[in-house]
Design a protein around this ligand. Structure first.
Ligand code: ZN
Length: 440
């Protein structure tokens, strides 16, 4: 992101972030194999990996701690899980894919006929070659997940089911990183960290925000930026419960998930519906991609549900490519490292960067002469001659800004009204300032 002091304001070109797409993808690939859950070593290992990129603080909340209506669960440790047939062959093996075990499953070591074991096996009959992702963090149960076609192919008979796991008192871990701006007003950027090997949902969000935080370090910004990497729902609630007074400083925020696929982009508005983040995101997405979807708030989705609960009602929206639950790879073994691509991660990064640029650089311009239209030619600003679309747009940008620079309209207000990209108007406003036609 460009700081308010930095030169620029040019539209974010998609080709300018190719390198960043590869960097984000690399990090996605590194954290993908880790078996995360709502609480346990998987989350810690992931946070420690992110810590190598940014000075992340890892915080621990003990099991049993209350976070509003929820209780921090026990830690889950998983060592092995498999189903073995009578011949001793493993027909399901956690070590080949960590989605094979019900996430947060209780331990078990039993032998039973397939007809009985089936009650503990989850499959996707509609997508028979994919392994589903299922979890049981708040009710104690045990189970396996496997491809439906593999289950159908199993002959009847007795099978040995082993889940070598433990559920013990410990703590839930979350990570926090703050980039200090000139103001203590904050932008909250949050991604969940509780899913095992799923690349888009949500290794992509974790990796993208980590690279964004890394990009901010050493830059001068107006806002302070707080990054939260917490297990879904309970982690966000734990963060809210231990930071209630601090939430008053949050001026804008985004929950980021599923940012590596080629769909969307999708922006789900905050509960307020007209917060600056809602307007900035809608504006950027409309100009970035004609197929973008802007959705109203609903109380289902990711951690925006907690940040936007009525007692907080924070201006936090959700940025995604394909909307959760709407793509067939969602919560299955097909959400893998082939499903997310560096170019999609790069364009998601560019869009989030552009949204934050609006928030960082928006201001209320005031013209130095409000009576009558400015004679642009006299100030060396009028681009005449060929009438090409670019020159027309440049003249139009100046006219729009000068007409609305009455001290009552922000640059974002003008961008929305003129239907011109914010970045273009910002560059124009800076030129007008340089020529003495505008002040802040
Ligand atoms: Zn999910």
């Amino acid at each position: 992101m460009k700081s308010s002091r930095a030169e620029g304001g040019a539209p974010v070109a998609s080709h300018s972030h190719i390198g960043i797409g590869d960097e984000i993808y690399q990090l996605v690939a590194e954290i993908f194999p880790i078996c995360r859950s709502v609480a346990g070593e998987g989350v810690r290992e992931t946070l420690r990996r992110l810590q190598r990129e940014i000075g992340l603080t890892i915080r621990e909340v003990p099991s049993g701690t209350q976070a509003y209506d929820w209780t921090i669960p026990r830690e889950w440790t998983i060592r092995d899980a498999y189903i073995r047939n009578a011949a001793g062959e493993k027909v399901v093996d956690f070590k080949s894919c960590n989605l094979h075990v019900l996430n947060h499953s209780a331990p078990v070591h039993t032998k039973m006929p397939l007809s009985e074991l089936r009650h503990h096996i989850f499959t996707l009959p509609d997508q028979p070659d994919r392994i589903p992702y299922r979890k049981s963090a708040y009710a104690e149960s045990w189970g396996f997940c496997m491809a439906h076609e593999r289950l159908m192919a199993l002959p009847d008979g007795d099978y040995e089911a082993v889940i070598d796991s433990s559920l013990e008192e410990g703590s839930l871990s979350y990570g926090e990183y703050v980039h200090a701006g000139t103001s203590d007003e904050e932008v909250l950027l949050s991604a969940h960290i509780c899913h095992p090997s799923l690349a888009n949902d949500n290794c992509s969000g974790l990796a993208l925000l980590t690279q964004l935080a890394k990009g901010l370090s050493g830059r001068r910004t107006r806002y302070s930026y707080r990054f939260v990497f917490a297990p879904g729902t309970i982690g966000a609630l734990a963060w809210l419960a231990s930071n209630e007074p601090g939430t008053k400083r949050v001026r804008h925020g985004l929950v980021v998930s599923c940012v590596g696929d080629g769909g969307g982009p999708t922006y789900k508005k905050s509960r307020r519906g007209n917060a600056v983040i809602d307007r900035a995101a809608s504006h950027v997405l409309r100009h970035a991609a004609p197929a973008s979807a802007i959705l109203d708030f609903s109380p289902y989705g990711y951690d925006e549900r907690q940040y936007c609960s009525p007692g907080f009602n924070l201006p936090v929206g959700l940025f995604q490519r394909s909307l959760f639950g709407t793509f067939p790879e969602y919560h299955t073994s097909a959400d893998d490292l082939d499903f997310v691509r560096p170019e999609h991660l790069a364009s998601s990064y560019a869009m989030i960067d552009a949204i934050l640029d609006v928030i960082e650089n928006d201001f209320t311009p005031l013209g130095t002469l409000l009576k009558g239209e400015r004679q642009l030619g006299r100030h060396g600003l009028y681009v005449g001659g060929d009438g090409a679309p670019a020159t027309q747009a440049s003249n139009m940008a100046m006219l729009w800004i000068l007409n609305f620079a009455d001290g009552h309209h922000t640059l974002l207000d003008i961008a929305e009204r003129a239907e011109m990209p914010f970045a273009e108007l910002l560059a124009t406003a800076r030129r007008l300032q340089d020529h003495g036609l505008l002040v802040r």
